[in-house]
Design a protein around this ligand. Sequence first.
Ligand code: NAP
Length: 219
Amino acid sequence: MEPGLAGRRALVTGAGKGIGRSTVRALHKAGAQVVAVSRTRADLDSLALECPGVEPVCVDLGDWEATERALGDVGPVDLLVNNAAVALLQPFLDVTKEAFDTSFDVNLRAVIQVSQIVARGLIARGAPGAIVNVSSQASQRALACHSVYCSTKGALDMLTKVMALELGPHKIRVNAVNPTVVRTPMGKANWSDPQKAKAMLDRIPLGRFAAEFEPIRRC
Ligand code: NAP
């Protein structure tokens, strides 16, 4: 059990699949109590079997009122991982209002809402905490058909900086992580075309995409 995580309560959004699910596994293994928030009930049921004691919360984070009902009384949370996101890829000229609204509601607005709930709780308890926003290399790089997704992640990077500025004085650390392509359901859906993947892989020194769970390799 990691001494830093034992006895801490963590909340992970987008916990049903991919990076979020691996994060729950790692936190659970490290001795943290984990609130696992996701949209598909079956994913949460299998996660609860895999990681006994995990607290599943099934909600669509794109729905502000439903999120308030589901998480408003979540109780003390020390660590928050804002991981849930959608990647709705469209050529710029075909971007729809629906894809824009859904993407910003889930990828950005929900980060604000869930972080407010957690940060207000920490400040009321006078407790220190940490928030990690899962952004993307797409926040910094222009990728074809990613205008909305890239924009949500660019906005998330700046949101992270302002959150760090305002929450730091309350001893709440806020950081973003910006992964490259990871072979999750999202990564496979968007990067399985070998021709499209090649251009990205050519820029990655290891010549391969990341896996959901990377064992630590020492030199
Ligand atoms: P994923 O495989 O698509 O998994 C995303 C998880 O989030 C799913 O469990 C999904 O639930 C949940 N989710 C999505 N929308 C939700 C909503 N409205 N309410 C509640 N839960 C919701 O994605 P991933 O690849 O693990 O990505 C995780 C994070 O890493 C995202 O922020 C993504 O932008 C970022 N990222 C991914 C990559 C990559 O290549 N995979 C690269 C850079 C950054 P449902 O399946 O039930 O909808």
